[in-house]
Design a protein around this ligand. Structure first.
Ligand code: NAP
Ligand code: SF4
Length: 677
């Protein structure tokens, strides 16, 4: 067995978890308002079928004050119990276990009834909370105990009490948000009183044979957060109060250190769990950026934790555990930590899914049922092996079609071959590995280095054009100047670039190119060095500093080039980037001294550099190179040629719509099309 520690059962005394994988809590959007428990049941059942040891639902508030927003998920009355049974029955039928997360948002609640330790507004929420009275605090504790008892009635195997990420309980445990002078504030003992009383009351309400996970904020990553000694004090008190397992929480939502985006090195924060494990006797769970079985195995083998939490990796592949157990880890569809279809959706009040696995949270939709065989096997040609062409080929072949995939380049991957070169985006390699393996398994005939012509495609029943895009060249006078390069020249062809560079266009690719050009090395190991990364973001690994960050300076490595990033729009740069990742890109480039200039009009390029006008004032950027990242145009010349010859053609991905070209849409569109092919 390749992953003996990962697959080892965990005996909790009154029950046994079948392996060391905990699926961490994620709000997917079916929990709120017009909740869809049938869809949640199918979603969790798929993960239980895939072998996950234990799962935690998205957060449910124990009362109205703790709602994330009006009519968000809540479990506070017996009338709300019955729908949950669909989930617990479905999970138990697959041999899994599931806990309900109790999440009181406190000052992160988006409504005027919010409450907290003190009346201090969060920087990420317009509503100022009301400071609770002693009676008010007692009522919140009652509500936690009541909700836990209801969860037990609903058939859950346990609850997770959310004590991290800057939510209600965390607001009591840290000086940052707790300015109380009564028994609930001041000393660490007083600040720990709320979680201890909640755990004690929950334990009393549910009995001894029920799992109580406590999610402890081990690293707050905000000024006024806890020091390591305070974290240890809390952990011991919570263990004594009756928790079964301690799960790790990293960073408040308002923290300015990234915790889960793709540029965070794998397992970067597990050092805190490893330290805490030596202080308590109950099992501890490591979390954040653990996305491969070998990473999890190594953590367990070296004693860094007793379990690993993975949330997004199980959205990306519900079969993760089963594949690892049967030695098929090369078949795992690995989460690349892009957040594009999961967290970015959740924060925009859309149902979550997954960029690399559009089936996630669509388990009950007809077009996403696992590979329904085609009524008639047909000969399909796919032109272009970027994300869209790959997704279509694999899905269509799984359904029984004879698929031939043509790719002009010497390798598969399309735009992903550029993305994977960006420091901090190394995970994209995993998606290419996944598709490479799936092409083999599904029997797709792959013709690399072959630019398909219309004549060659005539014998197929249908042709799918996934020919992608070509960079747009804006109409700037003298753009043919030798110092002008496209992003493809820089990233794919690795053409030499001078020390001073202007980037025209500040979309996702402009930001990527700026990152690429300002980093010292593009070798994978250097950007994935967790210690160096923590120092760059100003995190004290000893957590002597409150929250691990207060008073700690960022230790940036110097930029390798002077870069100007430009756009015509007047708004600040990076507004169109991902909701949960855009700020990280902006902060990282600021750290590298990138000068971001909005409201630019481009006048000309010449030997002196790039001539621009900003707010009416002409300016010359004396640069060695100008790199064009001004979006793309679709490439679909074959469409007309084939249609004129009577061939049925479908167009997917960037070849279909180049504007807002992105892999999320490309893979989703291609998967849906293959389901109906
Ligand atoms: P984009 O997001 O459409 O950005 C194009 C940029 O070029 C904009 O800043 C635009 O701003 C500028 N531009 C457009 N037409 C221009 C013209 N004629 N002359 C001068 N400037 C022009 O395109 P992209 O950066 O190529 O990215 C494409 C897609 O890739 C994105 O939509 C995204 O989904 C995906 N992607 C995402 C990420 C990520 O971090 N999430 C990273 C890479 C790629 P102005 O019009 O204001 O000048
Ligand atoms: Fe992971 Fe991206 Fe999928 Fe979210 S959308 S689960 S971050 S691959």
């Amino acid at each position: 067995m390749k992953y003996p520690r990962l697959l080892e059962p965990l005996d909790l005394g009154f029950t046994t978890i079948r392996n060391r994988v905990l699926m961490g809590s994620m709000h997917v959007g079916f929990e709120d308002r017009s909740a869809r428990f049938d869809k949640l049941a199918a979603y969790f059942a798929a993960r239980a079928r895939g072998g996950v040891g234990i799962m935690v639902t998205g957060g449910f508030s124990p009362n109205r004050e703790g709602w994330l927003y009006p009519f968000a998920s809540k479990l506070s009355s017996p009338g709300e119990v019955a729908p949950h049974r669909a989930i617990t029955l479905a999970v138990h039928a697959e041999g899994g276990k599931i806990c309900l997360q109790l999440l009181h948002a406190g000052r992160y609640s988006y409504h005027p009834l919010s409450v907290s330790a003190s009346a201090i507004k969060s920087p990420i929420n317009p509503f100022k909370p009301r400071a609770l009275s002693e009676r008010g605090i007692r009522r919140q504790i009652d509500d936690f105990a009541n909700a836990a008892a209801l969860a037990r009635d609903a058939g859950y195997d346990g609850v997770e009490i959310m004590g991290s990420e800057g939510y209600f309980i965390n607001q009591f445990t840290c000086r940052r948000t707790n300015r109380r002078t009564d028994a609930w504030g001041g000393s660490v003992e007083n600040r720990t009183r709320l979680p201890v009383e909640i755990v004690e009351r929950v334990r009393k309400a549910v009995g001894r044979d029920f799992i109580v996970i406590y999610r402890l904020s081990m690293l707050d990553l905000v000024d006024g957060g806890n020091t390591w000694d305070e974290v240890v004090y809390q952990a011991k008190a919570i263990e004594k109060a009756g928790a079964t397992i301690i799960n790790t929480g990293i960073g408040w939502h308002e923290a300015r250190v990234p915790t889960i985006v793709t540029s965070v090195p794998r397992a970067a924060f597990t050092f805190v769990t490893e330290r805490l494990r030596k202080e308590v006797r109950i099992p501890v769970v490591a979390t954040n950026r653990i996305n491969r079985p070998e990473v999890a195995e190594e953590l367990l083998a070296r004693g860094a934790c007793d379990m690993v939490s993975m949330a997004r990796p199980l959205l990306a592949d519900p079969e993760f555990v089963r594949k690892a157990a049967s030695g098929r880890e090369d078949e795992i569809n690995t989460c690349i930590a892009c957040n594009q279809a999961c967290l970015d959706h959740t924060f925009s009040m859309k149902t979550a899914s997954c960029l690399v696995n559009p089936r996630a949270c669509r388990e009950t939709e007809r077009s996403f049922l696992p590979a329904v065989p085609a009524r008639r096997s047909r000969r399909l040609a796919v032109v272009g092996a970027g994300p869209a062409g790959l997704a279509f080929s694999v899905e269509a072949a799984r359904r029984g079609h004879a698929v031939t995939l043509f790719e002009a380049a010497p390798d598969i991957g399309g735009q992903f071959n550029m993305a994977k070169k960006i420091p901090g985006k190394e995970e994209f390699v995993e998606t290419l590995r996944y598709f490479r393996r799936q092409l083999e398994l599904s029997g797709v005939t792959v013709k690399l280095g072959t630019r398909a012509t219309a004549d060659e495609l005539l014998g197929f029943d249908e042709v799918v054009l996934a020919t992608g895009v070509t960079p747009r060249m804006p109409r700037i006078p003298n753009i043919e100047h030798p110092k002008v390069l496209s992003y493809v020249d820089v990233l794919l062809h690795e053409k030499p670039v001078g020390k001073t560079v202007a980037i025209v266009g500040a979309g996702g690719i402009g930001f990527d190119v700026a990152t690429y050009l300002t980093h010292a090395t593009h070798a994978h190991s250097s950007t994935l060095d967790a210690k160096r990364w923590l120092a760059e973001w100003g995190v004290d690994p000893e957590v002597h500093a409150p929250g691990g960050v207060e008073g700690v300076a960022r230790q940036e490595s110097p930029p390798t080039r002077k870069v100007y990033l430009l756009q015509r729009k007047k708004e600040s740069l990076g507004k169109g980037l991902g909701r949960t990742s855009g700020w990280v890109h902006r902060a990282a480039l600021k750290g590298k001294g990138v000068e971001m200039i909005p409201g630019v009009s481009y006048d000309k390029v010449d030997d002196a550099g790039l001539h621009i006008t900003v707010r009416g004032a002409p300016r010359v950027l004396a640069v060695d190179n100008v790199v064009i990242c001004a979006g793309q145009e679709p490439l679909r010349a074959l469409k007309e040629q084939l249609e004129q010859r009577g061939v049925r053609v479908r167009v997917v991905g960037g070849a279909d719509v180049a504007a807002e070209l992105d892999a999320k849409r490309a893979i989703l569109q291609a998967t849906e099309l293959a389901a109906s092919a």
